[in-house]
Design a protein around this ligand. Structure first.
Ligand SMILES: Nc1ncnc2c1ncn2[C@@H]1O[C@H](COP(=O)(O)OP(=O)(O)OP(=O)(O)O)[C@@H](O)[C@H]1O
Ligand SMILES: [Mg+2]
Length: 246
C-alpha cells in the first residue's frame, strides 16, 4: 500500500506576539499532485514550511505513513526526514555560482560521493534541458530559467515528498505547460506526494484531482477539485473562487 502524508489538527503559533497563524488544519495527501489554494497571506507558505520541517508545529502532528515527522523529537530524526523532502520555495535562494553548482548543492550537503554527483548532475542537466547553460552564473539567467534550475535542484535527490510553492507564477504559458508536463511525467515514473501551491484555477484543474483551500489560516475545504470548484459548501471558499473575497 502506498503511504500518505497527513496533517492532523495542526496549529502554528509564531512571533513575539505569539500569534496563532494556522488553526487546527487537517489535510491528507495521497501520492500524486494535491493543490493548495488561498488568498495572499492566508497561510499557504507557512503550511509548506511546516510540511518541509522548517517550522515546528505548535499543536497536532504531521505524519508520513505511521511516522510522526513534525513535531520531531530530536535533530537526528528531523534530518532523516528532511532528506525525504524536496522544497521549492516561493522565492528560491541561490548560491552566487553557476547552474551546475546550484543544482549540486543538495547532493553536497548530503555528502554524496564525487562519482555519484557527476553521474547525477549530467543526467539532470540533460533531463531539464540545462546542459547549454551549466557553466553560466545563476544571476545571468532569466527568472524562467532560474525556476527550471530550482526544479532540477529540488528533484535531484529523488524526494518522496515535493513541495512546490507557486512554482510557475512568473512563467509564460509555454514554460508553465513544460513545468506541468515535467511533473506529470515524473510521477508516472515514480510515486511521489506533491503539494503544489497555485493561484491559477485553470492550472489546478489541469494538474490535480484533489485540492485544499486555506483562508485566514484555516483549511475551509479539502477534497476533489471538481467538487470544490463547482459545488463548494463553504461561503468564503465560494467567494474566493469567484474572485469576490476582499
Ligand atoms: N515568521 C513569521 N512571523 C509572524 N508572522 C508571520 C511569519 N511568517 C508569516 N507570517 C504571517 O502569516 C500569514 C500567512 O503568511 P504566508 O506567507 O503563509 O501567506 P501565503 O498564503 O503564502 O501568501 P502569498 O499568497 O502572498 O504567498 C501572513 O499574515 C504573514 O504575515
Ligand atoms: Mg506564499
Amino acid at each position: 500500500m502506498e503511504i500518505n502524508l497527513k496533517l492532523d489538527n495542526v496549529s502554528l503559533i509564531l512571533g513575539e506576539g505569539k500569534l496563532k497563524l494556522i488553526h487546527q488544519i487537517n489535510m491528507t495527501l495521497e501520492p500524486g499532485i494535491h493543490c493548495l489554494l488561498g488568498p495572499n497571506g492566508s497561510g499557504k507558505t507557512l503550511t509548506n514550511r511546516m510540511v518541509s520541517l522548517i517550522e515546528k508545529v505548535t499543536e497536532g502532528e504531521i505524519k508520513l505513513g505511521d511516522d510522526k515527522i513534525n513535531p520531531w523529537s530530536n535533530d537526528e530524526t528531523k534530518l532523516q526526514n528532511i532528506r525525504k523532502i524536496g522544497y521549492m520555495r516561493q522565492q528560491p535562494i541561490f548560491l552566487n555560482d553557476n547552474v551546475k553548482n546550484n543544482i549540486l548543492l543538495p547532493l553536497k550537503l548530503r555528502k554524496v560521493s564525487k562519482e555519484n554527483q557527476i553521474r547525477k548532475i549530467n543526467m539532470v542537466l540533460d533531463d531539464y534541458e540545462l546542459s547549454d547553460i551549466a557553466e553560466t552564473n545563476i544571476n545571468e539567467l532569466s527568472v524562467g530559467q532560474q525556476q527550471k534550475v530550482a526544479l532540477a535542484r529540488t528533484m535531484i535527490t529523488e524526494p518522496e515528498i515535493v513541495i512546490l510553492d507557486e512554482p510557475t507564477n512568473s512563467l509564460d504559458m509555454k514554460n508553465t505547460r513544460w513545468f506541468e508536463d515535467k511533473i506529470k511525467l515524473l510521477i508516472e515514473k515514480k510515486s511521489m506526494i506533491i503539494l503544489w501551491t497555485s493561484h491559477d484555477m485553470n492550472q489546478v484543474r489541469r494538474i490535480a484531482k484533489y485540492c485544499s483551500v486555506i483562508i485566514e489560516g484555516e483549511i475551509r475545504e479539502s477534497g476533489l477539485v471538481v467538487n470544490i470548484f463547482e459545488n463548494a459548501k463553504d461561503e468564503l471558499v465560494r467567494a474566493y473562487l469567484a474572485g469576490e473575497l476582499i
